[in-house]
Design a binder for this molecule. Structure first.
Ligand code: MSP
Length: 506
């Protein structure tokens, strides 16, 4: 049994959640559910990043105090995660007092190492990314991610000796090719590192919406020097009552940070240097996925082409939502969203391939066997399934969610082809009872496997199918017996229900 700590970025609370936030969080949930299902212990952390200039300004625009404002926004994040069945263990907020204490202790440790000194920052700052910028980061004088010219900043700050960790980081990258995934991002990050690291400010004086610096409270921590530390607060670092959690998940476990490429260098270069300085073990992997555009354009409020996750959920439900984003795009690549593609996938993969199969099989068991059947499958799908379970494990554990859904859907297609080829209606008409029992048994056994295989992606649908084929509650963990074809022989009573995914028009 492995112990795994899975995190999403903590999202800015300057606005309600959008589709990009939902995407990373869904992927983290699939990974979490998968590991728990195969018997691993997982601690899944998500949360919100509530300090910084961007949020303070937004709150002021709304005539609210920053805390009042973030308290309101946090509710919408928690609400969306509930709607999308996100099974996190802890939701961290950077305004939590315990997080303040953790950051201050972390600052003290880094300072005690001689890695913090006072200086003056004269340079550019992009509030959109909450990042200090060089001229070379800009395109036509603007931050390419936010399409805005950064502000000129001049203030007294504390600096972190990032440059001191240049060689140690290079050595670490050389020894840990899995530290950044996918491989292309690892190469990019290593290339970026080779250009040389410069010390950066880790406090701000011109704003006060942040965590006060120990012994110098007119400074507050720079939002990234506060945000990254959430991963330690959330797992119990420096909290005696949570020492066991920290030991098992951080010290002894595998630590996986998920994020998009926009914030990879903060996770893969700044964060490890901070941890090295504080004398704390480094995470195992930073997996960076791609960025979405919509209909070929960058998603942005000013263009007015945002995708509202609440609206998609209200129209299609959690599982269709979860399925689409993980099936449509290879995790790691950029992707272009269009509602047309969403509907196509919904109607073909979910309504036709899966939904229809379940309706057809349950209807036939009702029509020809009065709803009840003693399962006695043969070995028609035996080798397909034993290979499929191996692929399932390998693909999900290596973050290849789309590829995993592809192979599951190949199996669903095989079951549909089997129905058409074996024609149970003809067998019934010809009263070939043994043959009919066999075909229906194979189909029900196929549906049992399907529901277990799709569980990490679509937990509700998996449970509904399990119930409809008379097997009750899904197991919490999946044993080798459950993964074996045909080992599960018993009399079951099948229920008919409304279609799992009613077809939807644009
Ligand atoms: N608060 C920081 C993260 C601190 S983590 C220690 C932050 N927040 S954010 O609200 O801007 O969220 C960024 C993350 O949201 C991305 O890394 C990604 O996980 C997700 N996405 C936001 N927009 C996205 C797309 N358009 N496409 C895919 N994911 C995106 O940065």
């Amino acid at each position: 049994m492995a112990t795994i700590y899975i995190t999403t970025p903590i999202y800015y609370t300057n606005d309600v959640p959008h589709i990009g936030h939902a995407y990373t969080t869904l992927a983290a949930d699939v990974l979490t559910r998968f590991h728990r299902f195969i018997g691993n212990r997982v601690f899944f952390l998500t949360g919100t990043d509530e300090h910084g200039q961007k949020i303070a300004r937004k709150a002021a625009e709304e005539n609210m105090s920053p805390k009042e404002y973030v308290d309101k926004i946090v509710i919408s994040f928690q609400d969306l995660w509930k709607k999308l069945d996100i099974s996190y263990d802890y939701f961290i907020r950077t305004t939590d007092p315990i997080h303040h204490a953790t950051c201050q202790e972390f600052f003290r440790r880094v300072k005690a190492q001689g890695d913090i000194y006072k200086g003056t920052y004269r340079g550019l700052y992009c509030t959109g990314c909450e990042s200090f910028k060089n001229e070379s980061d800009l395109v036509d004088g603007k931050c390419p991610d936010h399409n805005k010219a950064p502000e000129w900043l001049e203030e007294e700050d504390y600096f972190f000796r990032w440059s001191r960790y240049q060689t140690q980081l290079e050595d670490f990258f050389g020894l840990h090719p899995q530290f950044v995934l996918p491989k292309t991002r690892y190469n990019e990050t290593r290339g970026f590192l080779k250009k040389g690291l410069q010390d950066i400010p880790i406090t701000r004086t011109l704003i006060d919406w942040g965590i006060p610096v120990p012994d110098d409270p007119q400074h507050v921590l720079y939002v990234w020097f506060d945000a990254l530390i959430n991963y330690l607060t959330g797992i119990g670092w420096n909290q005696p009552e949570l020492a066991d959690r920290f030991e098992q998940f951080w010290q002894q476990g595998t630590v996986i940070h998920l994020m998009a490429k926009d914030i990879l260098s903060k996770h893969a270069l700044l964060w490890p240097a901070m941890l090295m300085s504080a004398g704390i073990k480094l995470p195992s992997t930073c997996f960076s996925h791609g960025y979405f555009t919509k209909d070929g354009l960058k998603i942005s409020k000013s263009i007015g082409n945002t995708i509202d996750p609440f609206d998609l959920h209200a129209r299609f439900g959690a599982d269709a939502f979860r399925f689409f984003f993980l099936r449509e795009f290879s995790f790691g690549d950029d992707g272009d969203y269009s509602e047309k593609r969403f509907l196509e996938r919904h109607n073909s993969d979910l309504a036709n391939d899966l939904g229809n199969l379940v309706s057809r099989v349950t209807a036939m068991v009702h029509k020809y066997r009065a709803g009840s059947l003693a399962l006695q499958p043969d070995n028609t799908f035996d080798s397909t399934l034993s290979m499929l379970w191996v692929q399932w494990k390998e693909l999900i554990s290596s973050f290849r969610f789309k590829e995993c859904l592809d192979v599951i859907w190949e199996f669903i297609t095989q079951l549909n082809v089997y129905v058409d080829a074996e024609k149970p209606w003809s067998l019934a008409k010809a009263e070939k009872n043994t043959e009919l029992n066999l075909v229906l048994s194979n189909l029900l056994e196929g549906l049992r496997h399907t529901s277990l295989l799709i569980y990490p992606f679509m937990p509700n649908t998996a449970q509904k199918i399990f119930q409809q084929i008379g097997l009750g509650d899904l197991p919490e963990k999946i044993s080798t017996t459950e993964q074996a074809w045909g080992k599960f022989q018993k009399k079951i009573t099948v229920y008919q229900d409304k279609p799992l995914f009613p077809k939807n028009e644009l």
